[in-house]
Design a protein around this ligand. Structure first.
Ligand code: IMP
Length: 210
């Protein structure tokens, strides 16, 4: 079971930001972030779909999205957005920044077909959080990655997106609870980086492994 290491992190964040706005139209991401913070800091979800540009890297997509949002008239700050993607080694890091488009077009079945006969199953999930303290601030980026492998078949009923074909230490993300996934996932790690920035405390951990 995951245990929260220290309340001090949350107090630091609370002192610094009375409210953080998380802008996304993906309810699964909201569920994971809410589970991570477990009510300790105030994060308000703003359900807003912004245009996602097709750029070369996930970092560029996150930066462009945050820049687009901060120029909107009614932007609420401080806000963060996040962009994620799956990078498959044998496919030269495809689908990467095109993960959402590829998932819509061919889904997990299509990825498994592309991986047919490939012995190198290594893959990385990446999340980039882009944070703007005020609308005048350039976005700051926080990255989290996790290394795993692409399975031969879809497994598990939990999670979302590519979770049923991404295996980490023997289980797919879809075979984990949200708490278990958060503890090792790209999103959990990126959020930790973000939290370290908020607290100003490098080395502050969300979870202790039992
Ligand atoms: P985006 O960050 O919304 O652009 O996500 C890109 C694609 O990756 C979408 O198809 C998502 O469903 C998928 N995706 C994002 N995060 C995860 C995750 O944590 N697990 C599985 N799939 C994900």
């Amino acid at each position: 079971m995951a245990k929260v290491k220290s309340a001090i992190c949350w107090r630091h964040v609370l002192n610094r930001y009375a409210m953080l706005y998380f802008i996304t139209s993906n309810p699964n991401k909201v569920k994971e972030i809410k589970e991570l913070i477990a009510g300790r800091i105030a994060i308000q979800h703003i359900n807003y779909e912004y245009p996602e540009l097709q750029l070369d890297t996930i970092e560029e997509v996150a930066m462009a999205s945050a820049n687009y949002i901060r120029r909107m008239k009614e932007v609420k700050t401080p806000f963060f957005i996040e962009d994620s993607g799956l990078l498959i080694h044998a496919l030269n890091d495809f689908p990467g920044p095109f993960s959402a488009f590829v998932f819509r077009k061919i889904g997990n079945e299509g990825i498994l077909r592309l991986m047919d006969g490939k012995t190198d199953r290594r893959a990385v999930f990446k999340t980039v959080i882009a944070f703007c303290q005020t609308a005048d601030d350039e976005p700051r980026l926080f990255t989290g990655t996790v290394e795993g492998r692409i399975t031969d078949n879809e497994r598990g009923a939990g999670g979302f997106g590519y979770d049923p074909i991404f295996e980490y230490e023997g289980r797919t993300f879809a075979e984990m609870s949200t708490v278990e996934k958060n503890r090792v996932s790209h999103r959990g790690r990126a959020f930790m980086e973000f939290l370290r920035h908020c607290t100003g405390k490098v080395g502050c951990a969300l979870y202790n492994k039992k």
